[in-house]
Ligand binder design. Sequence first.
Ligand code: ZN
Length: 323
Amino acid sequence: VTKKRGVILAIDVGGTFIKCALVNLDGSVHYADRLSTDAKAGGGAVVIRVLAAATMLNRAATIESLRPLAVGLAVPGIVDRAAGVVRSAANLGWSQVNIRRAMTEHMRLPVTLAQDVRAGAVAEARIGAGQGISSFLFVPIGTGIALAHVINGYAQAGAHCSAGEIGHLTVTPRGPRCGCGRRGCLEAIASASALARRYRTRTKRDVTAADVVRLAREGDSVAGIVWTDAIAALATALTAAVAVADPARIVIGGGLAEAGEILLAPLTQAMESRLPHYSRPDISRAWLGDMAGCLGSALLALDDLHPTYASRSEPLSHLARLQ
Ligand SMILES: [Zn+2]
């Protein structure tokens, strides 16, 4: 009888989709799927869907004769990893949700909870664009904007589990109104949703952020202004972050990273003009796309299963011993 191969049930809860994956012990993805979060149904309903996602992954593992070892769970917002509690996740309708306990009782498996940005950062650090870099910033830009500062493979959560919440930094004091009620927040100018909204306001044309990027590339003047404002806002916020953290690299992730050079080149230029030459990080694209959160939560779950590997100087393949 051959021993069943172990896998991690990885779940990344977003405001729109719950991404799920069976992650092998070497960090590769065996199977991936997604279900809608249906956040409109309320926080309690979202908890039930997250538990259902784990059940679905467990079933998929069983069908493939794999042995689930643990659940890795990435959640947006203010996540207290040590307590296993999501303090606040506005777009899930969650406040003080003990999701780790609920999942542990539901699955009867060890559960690791992580904040989604920090989970994604850990994945980029170990198997993505931050490999071999001892200090870097991971900055996913999508519906919102946040960052994680990774030092030696780990992202610090801070005193209130809110390190890296740069989305509501004021970058333009008289700027556009933000969802938080204030003006000129980074997120109100440079997030994917802000790009679409700001173009729509000026032209009455219904567009997506990807449309705005394409139009800017084609020389559309309104898209050009919206895009230039976004780059300037990002440069202001990230320059402050660089001054605090002194990273060697900035890894841009999230949907907006798809823009590629039209984002990276002017952002690099804008930041170089604001920073002394000795502190300039290189700026590059994330490697793991929208799988970063799932992969990171799985890697952190593996750390919790086998703490020896947490201070990892060894390659991931050593995790094969867990099998
Ligand atoms: Zn705001």
